[in-house]
Write a protein that binds this ligand. Structure first.
Ligand code: GLU
Length: 472
């Protein structure tokens, strides 16, 4: 049997974390079994579906590297086929026209709810053999006896009595089909062998199985994935921050990190945390998907992203950093090599955006020194270190290959002071603050001229400050 899975989003918003996780699991299962993975756009809800959302779904899938096979079917292009199938069920007496008014249905629902029961259609039109009319819907004639059973990969055996299911509307008065019908027709026509989807659909499955049976089709296997919760235990939603996958791209996460994070939402393999895509494909097992909901954990995502940044090619990261700097309207001087900037921050940055923020001081003059740093290091004792450093920096012949650490160490030795007495003022001069990467690395990235200029500016600032205080 060829394994064929599908991801079937309704294009009513961006590709969110839950959808992306469903897509990933369907993708992995197909790839692992050398099968096919179909992306299907379920756009029958014309009011809520937008092209913008279709584009956002494609964009998200592409960013995550979840390639689908073949053409993308759109449900709105398949209306003729649904019509044929509705007619087939009508002809075979497995569906019927119903003209119950909205008022009647509403009243019935209210009364049933008041009596503590579940709202369900009472079957008034079931045996009336009504003809088609402008206000008639088509209902599926659900069996009234027996039960529906299926063995879910995640949830195990689930049995539902047909008595609990009512006669579902499969076509509206204007002839358009409803979700539970189109999804079955599509899954049959596209030979879907495994339906992997969120467990918000689990109550639809017994109804859908009855439609499969009425059409004489083989059943696929089902896997209903548990929902994803936010850090606070409530269902993951916008309230918890970024939920659209492209937001993670914009926030400076790497796609392979997000993918790795998603695969661990409800699935694990021993105590392994980091998986390449090939490893995911090799090790993924639908049977090992957790029944319990999984909780979104931003610090874990951050940790994973950090691991991937450390391993990533610097040239590639430099491209991403450039994009982020463009968004921030930061001009990168030609003298600065972004690959070197990346190498300087790679070992500690959690996201590309954070890397960009930490690197900002490199790209424009320092307009202000951090107050705390000024108090702490801009004292009389910093004059000599600045002067000596400037002198030594100016005599370096080949800056690119110079050992700039030695330059600092020589200054320390010459002045016979502690390392901090030179290193700290220099860092404030170069970065404007008292934290940041190592001075020699910063000087290497800034280049000779800029390093000298910044140190000179700091010296001028210091002398003015001391003069103003009457100290010199
Ligand atoms: N279109 C449905 C949704 O977006 C998914 C249907 C399915 O996977 O069966 O929730």
């Amino acid at each position: 049997m060829t394994i064929i899975t599908r991801f079937a989003p309704s294009p009513t918003g961006y590709l969110h974390v839950g959808g992306a996780r469903t897509a990933l699991f369907s993708y992995l299962f197909a790839r692992k079994n050398k099968g096919k993975f179909i992306l299907r756009i379920e756009d029958t809800d014309r009011e809520r579906s937008t092209q913008e959302s279709v584009d956002a779904i494609f964009e998200g899938m592409k960013w995550l590297g979840l390639e689908h096979d073949g053409e993308v079917p759109y449900q709105t292009k398949r209306f003729p086929q649904y019509k044929v199938k509705v007619q087939q069920l009508l002809d075979e007496g497995k569906a019927y026209y119903c003209t119950c008014s909205k008022e009647r249905l509403d009243e019935m629902r209210d009364a049933q709810m008041k009596a503590g029961g579940k709202p369900r259609y009472d079957g008034k039109c079931r045996d009336l053999n009504l003809p088609n009319s402008d206000d008639a819907v088509v209902r599926f004639r659900n069996p009234q006896e027996g039960e529906v059973t299926f063995d879910d990969y995640v949830r195990g055996v689930i049995t539902t009595s047909n008595k609990e299911l009512d006669d579902l509307i499969i076509a509206r008065p204007d002839g358009t089909p409803t979700y539970n019908f189109t999804v079955v027709i599509d899954d049959i026509d596209m030979n879907i062998s495994h339906v992997i989807r969120g467990d918000d659909h689990i109550n639809n499955t017994p109804r859908q199985i009855n439609i499969y049976k009425a059409l004489g089709a083989d059943l696929p296997r089902f896997a209903h994935l548990p929902m994803i919760l936010g850090d606070d235990g409530a269902r993951l939603s916008k309230r918890h921050g970024a939920v659209g996958v492209m937001e993670y791209a914009n926030n400076g996460y790497l796609p392979e990190a997000v993918l790795n994070y998603l695969v661990r939402l409800g699935w694990s393999y021993e105590d392994k945390e980091l998986f390449t895509k090939d490893e995911m494909i090799e090790l993924f097992d639908l049977k090992k998907v957790n029944k319990a909901p999984s909780a979104f954990n931003t610090s874990k995502l951050n940790w994973i992203n950090q691991q991937y940044i450390q391993q990533a090619d610097s040239q590639r990261l430099a491209g991403l950093l450039k994009k982020r700097l463009d968004v921030l309207n930061v001009n990168v001087p030609e003298s600065i090599d972004l690959v070197k900037v990346v190498d300087m921050f790679k070992s500690r940055a959690v996201t590309i955006n954070e890397m960009a923020d930490s690197a900002l001081f490199l790209f424009s003059d320092i307009k202000e020194y951090e107050e705390k740093a000024v108090k702490k290091v801009f004292k009389q004792s910093a004059i000599k270190p600045f002067e000596t450093l400037i002198k030594k920096m100016s005599t370096v012949e080949d800056w690119a290959n110079a050992n700039l650490h030695d330059l600092i160490e020589d200054t320390v030795n010459e002045l016979e002071v502690g390392f901090g007495k030179v290193g700290q003022p220099l860092r404030v001069a170069l970065t404007g603050s008292s934290s940041g990467p190592a001075n020699d690395e910063i000087m290497q990235v800034l280049g000779q001229q800029e390093s000298i200029k910044r140190t000179e500016n700091a010296l001028v600032f210091l002398l003015e400050k001391l003069k103003a205080q009457g100290l010199i």
